[in-house]
Design a protein around this ligand. Structure first.
Ligand code: ADP
Ligand code: MG
Length: 580
């Protein structure tokens, strides 16, 4: 196939412009991204080779190699992993599949130049494109395992890239960066310095489970033998003399090390590798299970929700390893859907390397592990409530809506989920309340936990249903998430108190004496207005079941109330929208 020139997709072009003009203050992270991709590619090859005997790839010496050339001012990142086909190169490198990207770019444009823009950009990982922070030209040479032809991709990041077929490419991927000349005088950004590279790898990629090697530097005099850059990527059969190449990383799986051996920074870098997030996580959770079914888990609660958390096909972030060997991403058997925002690694000792998703779903040990992990996450959230209220508040703001799905999905942990939930309340406009706090503030004689669902705090507060509660100073939870409509019907009570919508049925407020007094008063009124009520019920016909006197209103003359067991108006709307 001839050399073809392609244009970057619009979003990709915009992102590249951001990279070229280097909006990240820390450019070093480009190497973390390239090493992270190389490591993923090695994981994938090992797995594919395990499942497919006919692949014919050599997996005996999987590694990552870094090579600097100070004369030519280049840096090469090379792996002998899975590689990419020509179509994959065009699709994976030329376009941006991440659905959150367009939204991110829009927000960025709106925030342009402000401090908010800095914050936004820092959250958004750009992976491979980050190489354009340090390079003015990038050449990627790759051959997919099992294929005979390779592909060369080249771009300066300015709108177009070229793709050509290459006959003799080694299997795997090598990425050659022609470093920007303006960085050459700057010691801090001299990516041809092996000292600098060593430092970056130690800092960001130490835990990578594949060896990251530094290629032997050509002796200063012997360099000038004519710019042959993409040959001899494979093992040094000939030439390079005896010395073992230097391995830069310790390769120790962080989850297998004890907590006091590992710094927070190291945990955070592993999190970024797994999640592709660029921001530190909110919390790190460790769990070591011993006994008949041994496993280690290292889980992370992110500090912000991804854009696609509620979209179909959202990828869960828990990876399964078996005895240090990566088995799969997005392992849904390990974590319930309502905790899908949790990222991390679970490493099990006693599973087969060939284990499939179907087998995992049915495995009893895995089900036990799933329950234990869910409980551990919930208890961590509970601990945060008291030990770090600020972080708990962030967590709830970002993930509360997802967590509440568990009230429906996970009856076993319902109490625990209610225990870590917060709700907007009439008690305090600015601070949400926990149910325990609500119960503590309940009035004498108040039996129920009152709530009202609706689209927004404002629309709920203006509802006539609220009048009597406001007048009597009775606290009401203001529930505005779509999932609230559903769980309030499914969850009977908290701490022995039933949930009660203020929009449903009769509401009896006040102490026993007040009720008795109001009762006799009401009887009198009932007689007085009996004729009117009968007439109104008849007039309104099929539109209502009954017209009755009410103690719930103080200002409005009338309101519509559902029976205790009816749907709320908002839920009716949801069903109507679904065509039911
Ligand atoms: P991400 O890693 O978040 O998917 P990147 O921009 O870092 O995004 O990479 C895009 C895709 O390109 C990867 O998902 C992978 O499929 C492919 N890719 C990148 N680098 C390599 C590599 N060294 N070997 C094989 N595939 C790669
Ligand atoms: Mg990546």
């Amino acid at each position: 196939m001839p050399t073809e020139t392609f244009e970057f997709q619009v979003e990709a072009r915009q992102l590249l412009q951001l990279m070229i003009h280097s909006i990240y203050s820390n450019k070093d992270v480009f190497l973390r991204e390239l090493v992270s991709n190389a490591s993923d590619a090695l994981d994938k090859l090992r797995l594919e080779a395990l499942r497919d005997d006919s692949l014919g790839a050599d997996v005996s010496d999987l590694h990552i190699e870094l090579e600097t050339d100070p004369q030519a001012r280049t840096l090469t990142v090379r792996d002998n992993g899975i590689g990419m086909s020509r179509e994959e190169v065009v699709q994976l490198i030329g376009t941006i599949a991440n659905s959150g990207t367009a939204k991110f770019l829009r927000e960025l444009k709106e925030a342009e130049g402000s401090a908010a823009a800095e914050g936004l950009i820092g959250q958004f990982g750009v992976g491979f494109y980050s190489s354009f922070m340090v390079a003015d030209e990038v050449t990627l040479l790759t051959r997919r395992a099992g294929e005979s032809e390779g592909t060369r991709w080249t771009s300066d990041g300015e709108g177009t890239y070229t793709v050509e077929t290459v006959e003799d490419a080694p299997q795997g991927t090598s990425i050659l960066l022609r470093l920007k000349p303006e960085d050459s005088e700057d010691q801090l950004h001299d990516y041809t310095s092996s000292w600098k590279i060593r430092d970056i790898v130690k800092r960001y990629s130490d835990f990578i489970t594949w060896p990251i090697r530094m290629a032997a530097q050509p002796a200063p005099g012997a360099a000038a033998d004519g710019g042959d850059t993409d040959a001899d990527a494979e093992a040094p059969e000939d030439g390079k003399s005896g010395a073992e190449p230097e391995v830069l990383n310790s390769m120790k799986a962080l989850w297998a090390r004890s907590r006091d051996e590992v710094s927070d920074d190291e945990y955070h870098e592993l999190y970024k590798h797994i999640s592709h997030d660029w921001v530190d996580p909110l919390e790190v959770i460790r769990l070591q299970a011993e006994g008949t079914f041994e496993y280690q888990a290292l889980l992370f609660i992110p500090s912000h929700a991804p854009q696609d958390l509620f979209m179909q096909g959202y990828q869960r972030g828990v990876q399964l390893y078996v005895k240090r060997v990566f088995i799969m991403d997005d392992c849904e058997a390990l974590m319930p859907s309502y905790l899908r925002f949790v990222k991390g690694v679970v490493d099990a000792q006693d599973l087969s390397l060939n284990v499939s998703r179907e087998i995992l779903q049915q495995d009893r040990q895995i089900q036990l592990m799933h329950r234990r992990l869910a409980k551990k996450v919930l208890s961590t959230v509970k601990d945060l409530m008291s030990s770090a209220p600020d972080r708990y508040a962030t967590l709830w703001r970002e993930f509360g809506r997802v967590l509440k799905e568990g009230l429906l999905d996970d009856a076993d942990n319902r109490e625990a989920i209610l225990g870590v939930s917060s709700f907007a309340t009439t008690h305090d406009k600015d601070a949400p309340t926990t149910l325990a706090q609500y119960v503590e503030r309940m009035k004498d004689g108040q039996e129920h936990i009152f709530y009202l669902t609706g689209e927004s705090r404002q629309s709920i507060e203006n509802s006539p249903h609220m009048e009597a509660f406001q007048a009597k100073g009775i606290e009401v939870l203001l529930l505005t998430d779509p999932v609230d409509e559903v769980w309030v019907d499914a969850v009977p009570e908290f701490d022995g108190r039933k949930f009660r919508s203020v929009a449903k049925g009769e509401v009896d407020l006040g102490t026993e004496e007040e009720k008795a007094e109001a009762g006799s008063e009401r009887e009198k009124q009932q007689e007085e207005f009996a004729g009117l009520l009968t007439w109104m019920t008849a007039e309104l016909g099929d539109s209502v079941k009954e017209v009755r006197l009410s103690s719930r209103l103080t200002v409005s003359p009338a309101c519509i109330v559902s029976d205790t067991n009816d749907m709320t108006p908002a839920l009716e709307n949801i069903y109507r929208a679904m065509g039911q």
